[in-house]
Design a protein around this ligand. Sequence first.
Ligand code: ADP
Ligand code: 5GP
Length: 211
Amino acid sequence: MYLKVILLLFPSFIDGVKPCGKKMEGKLVIISAPSGAGKTTIVNHLLRRNLGLEFSISATTRAPRGKEKNGKEYYFISAEDFREKIRNEEFAEWQEVYSGQFYGTLKSEIERIWAGKKHVIFDVDAKGGINLKAIFGNKAISIFIMPPSVRELEKRLLSRATDDQSKIRIRIEKAVEEMKMAADFDHIVINDNLEMAQNEVYEMVKSFVNS
Ligand code: ADP
Ligand code: 5GP
């Protein structure tokens, strides 16, 4: 039912991305996790392996952090541009991930990656991950990276040192909500030992893209 509603809302998008004729039948790898659980580390590990993956660069209204560059980690755009893209139906999905901060997957990004004959890998929040899986069904694998505990998550966010105390508190509150959604993913991987988690995700993704 939910999928039908989405297909009704996005018919032209589904036509556009449906592989036809000479278009590559690209797949999609969805990685979600609470902030600090290790998804950037795991996604970067996957990108370094020879799996034919390319990262889907999301659009966001948040400001760049540290060494982040426009067009690398994100397309950094204004709230006004973001609203216009929503009106023009340019997003496959979008969320107000944190209050006043919007993040979204552009349909053009998926088209761009498939046109380059690569599979798309997403790093999106849990709601975004569930929505993308509902749109793409069996063409997508969805993996939830679970931290060993909320306390450990807090420790990692503190040692990453990219956010101040109040931002860390907001991220922890959201993490608790996101962890409740883990059961809606195809797979859950606990990131306690990083090397083991990376290998587990690698094996899952390898067998999915080669299937
Ligand atoms: P996310 O993208 O989910 O916010 P990151 O990949 O940035 O998370 O990881 C958050 C921090 O935790 C980083 O400093 C990273 O090096 C560290 N980290 C990731 N996985 C582990 C792990 N298994 N054990 C300890 N530290 C980890
Ligand atoms: P950060 O600000 O730490 O880069 O990301 C905050 C959160 O936004 C992360 O959980 C990340 O996965 C999520 N996110 C990034 N891009 C998107 C997107 O396009 N859609 C959705 N729904 N979430 C996203």
